[in-house]
Write a protein that binds this ligand. Structure first.
Ligand SMILES: [Fe+2]
Ligand SMILES: [Fe+2]
Length: 245
């Protein structure tokens, strides 16, 4: 199974570059991708007209989309529009190979992130013993280097981090920082995607997205530079089956 992980499109901002979006759509539609996971910040301020622009863009992607909202999407009542358009802020996907748990880490009109204690049992319940298990959320769980002074990390990041490691999630996918990064902690990889098609970049970094291949318990993750097409292998792991509970 092949999953494209993209984030932080910010379609309505002055930073959005339509040519980069065209390239992204082209690469994904021709890349034998089965599912696209989008870790939030589709819009800039969560307004209805911005969501309409986002939907117009998303409809150009061929594969099925799995979307969680970002802090920008929940502004100005945008979280309600998000639910109207995409059904839920906490999607769940499952097939023979993977289980993907989507979490809304945003709070209306607050840029800080939070998962909240009430969601921990839900995450724990959905972990699959036999499948690659992924959690997707907008905010980062571990600070990302080179992104300035730390802010907006999950306010309950310590508890979420402990949960992710304890239940041995294979991958935690996030965005928000606009800089691609991967942390490995025990059995879990914490993957932050860069911004896919905006100029809201850090220093000399570049627009990018992640391509994840899952085959017979083998998980590979490549970071793709959208400007050059260069691929960087960020992860290559054979999943250890979880013991019987
Ligand atoms: Fe963003
Ligand atoms: Fe964000």
């Amino acid at each position: 199974m092949r999953i494209a992980h993209i984030s932080d499109l910010h379609v309505s901002s002055g930073y959005f570059v339509p040519e980069w979006a065209d390239r992204l759509i082209d690469e994904i539609n021709n890349g034998k991708v089965d599912l696209i996971v989008i870790t939030g910040d589709l819009t800039m301020d969560g307004h209805l007209h911005e969501y309409e622009m986002a939907v117009e863009l998303l409809d150009r992607f061929g594969p099925t989309r799995f979307i969680v909202p970002g802090n920008h999407d929940s502004m100005n009542g945008g979280y309600e529009v998000f639910e109207e358009l995409f059904g839920t802020r906490k999607p769940f996907f499952e097939n023979d190979e993977v289980a993907i748990i989507g979490m809304d880490s945003s709070e209306p009109d607050i840029h800080d992130g939070k998962i909240g204690r009430h969601n921990y049992p839900i995450i724990r319940e959905k972990v699959s013993k036999d499948k690659v298990t992924i959690m997707a959320l907008h905010h980062h769980v571990i600070p990302v280097p080179k992104t300035g002074r730390e802010w907006n990390i999950l306010s309950d990041s310590g508890d979420v981090l402990s949960l992710c490691v304890d239940i041995k999630l294979d991958l935690v996918l996030s965005g928000h920082r606009h800089l691609p990064w991967v942390w490995e902690l025990q059995d879990t990889y914490f993957v932050t995607a860069g911004t896919a098609c905006t100029r809201r970049l850090k220093g000399r970094s570049y627009p990018s997205y992640n391509m994840i291949d899952i085959n017979d318990g083998m998980i590979r993750l490549d970071q793709i530079n959208l400007l050059t097409g260069e691929k960087k292998r960020m992860m290559d792991k054979l999943r250890n089956p979880l013991p019987d509970q």
